[in-house]
Design a protein around this ligand. Structure first.
Ligand SMILES: NC(=O)c1ccc[n+]([C@@H]2O[C@H](COP(=O)([O-])OP(=O)(O)OC[C@H]3O[C@@H](n4cnc5c(N)ncnc54)[C@H](O)[C@@H]3O)[C@@H](O)[C@H]2O)c1
Length: 373
């Protein structure tokens, strides 16, 4: 069996750079079509020790301490796993060199920057996707199928919560807390995932009202404009459904709580990242029924192991990243046309909603989302 090989270059050897390294090395083992694998050509990070460690651990052939070095390689896919303020320039440069691009979320540190990034990359004519990885969780795809089939009836409500503790034990704060580098805080970092989910599962966000909170101060006093630690927003989706989004990065007792609920006229579903293979379904007159989605026929069945007489084994966060990497390799190689991955237009739209949430909290009023075409 000969798999199409995509030569991958990646910016960023930090937390998510490691996940993508693992995912792109693993994606080639998938049994699903298209038959693609990644050649981990080069990784770039200003932190040379981190780049060297990740290169050694996952098999990147070369390291660079400047992302420009990646553009001198012969690449078939550019992965941007750098901080938010580094999403735009390198991704545009790669796209203009004719390389398909895959960029971390949020697409940029503001709606305006995200818009220019989307337009520049679209003009370059290359495949472009934004890493809203929840779309590659089988339970989320199963939820989408249930909604599309009409099993839940008309959707009336979407609600979500994303709670974490992102404070370092020594109290130090990273680029994420710096408005100048990150843009929004919890809204862009955590909320953006669930905003994308609401759009993916139910429909576009049309208007929003929000409150934000910030408690963190930089003990080193280097970051003077600390962005939001938490937010709560209520909104309306295009089909008339109401939506609520809550996220906080300073909830000490939550390692990672990420959950959504969707209510329709014929049924409701709920999902929680801590039990990511399960979807709880409620129907009128019945109590909650929790179902494992990793059963024969589930959306990623047979990704690595054939489902069947030996059962369907549980999946984890790593596998969902591999599903996403496999999809991106398929797109970059031209062998996949029906991807569910978020485009840069999706990334821009989420960034515009994030900006509007911030503005709504500041102006203390409900605002429509003014998307640019
Ligand atoms: N999809 C997800 O679930 C998910 C999860 C976490 C993070 N992210 C996103 O991934 C991105 C990176 O986040 P992270 O948690 O990996 O951050 P991180 O701080 O752990 O890693 C960022 C890396 O970029 C490197 N870097 C900084 N400036 C650079 C430069 N000029 N040139 C080259 N390298 C440079 C840093 O040295 C660091 O290794 C962010 O946009 C974040 O929102 C997504």
């Amino acid at each position: 069996m000969t798999k199409t090989t995509v030569r991958v270059g990646q910016l960023g050897a930090g937390f998510i750079g490691q996940m993508h390294s693992l995912a792109f090395s693993n994606a080639g083992f998938s049994r699903l079509q298209p038959e693609v694998r990644a050649d981990l050509v080069a990784i770039a990070d200003v932190n040379q020790a981190a780049a060297a460690d990740i290169a050694e651990r996952y098999g990147w052939t070369a390291t660079h301490n400047d992302w420009n070095g990646l553009l001198g390689e012969d690449l078939g896919l550019f992965v941007n796993a750098g901080p938010n303020d580094l999403h735009s320039a390198p991704t545009i440069a790669a796209a203009q060199a004719g390389i398909p691009v895959f960029c971390e979320k949020p697409l940029a540190s503001s709606g305006d920057v995200a818009y220019k990034l989307w337009k520049a990359v679209a003009a370059a004519g290359v495949e472009h996707r934004c890493a809203f990885m929840h779309r590659f969780i089988p339970a989320v795809q199963f939820a989408r199928e249930l909604i599309a089939s009409g099993e839940l009836g008309e959707i009336r409500h979407f609600r979500s919560r994303f709670l974490m503790n992102m404070l370092a034990p020594d109290g130090s704060v990273s680029w994420r807390f710096d408005r100048g580098r990150s843009g929004a805080g919890a809204i862009g970092d955590l909320g953006s995932h669930h905003i994308d989910l609401a759009r993916f599962l139910v429909g576009e966000v049309q208007e929003i009202a929000a409150l934000t909170g910030t408690w963190t101060v930089d003990p080193a006093q280097l970051i003077t404009d600390v962005n939001d630690d938490s937010f709560i927003a209520i909104g309306r989706l295009e089909n008339g459904a109401t939506a609520s989004f809550e996220a906080s990065r300073v909830v000490a007792s939550h390692a990672l709580t990420g959950e959504f609920e969707i209510d329709g006229t014929k049924g409701s579903i709920s999902w929680n990242m801590e039990r990511l293979n399960e979807l709880t379904i409620r129907r009128p007159g019945q109590g909650p029924m929790t179902q494992m989605v990793t059963r024969p026929g589930h959306p990623m069945e047979g990704f690595w192991l054939p489902g069947g007489v030996q059962g369907s084994h549980p999946l984890g966060w790593n596998e969902c990243f591999a599903h996403q990497a496999h999809d991106m390799l398929g797109l970059a190689s031209g062998h996949l046309t029906d991807s569910v991955a978020a485009t840069f237009e999706d990334g821009y739209r989420v960034a515009e909603i994030v900006d509007t949430i911030e503005r709504s909290a500041k102006e203390r009023r409900t605002l429509p989302i003014a998307f640019k075409a």
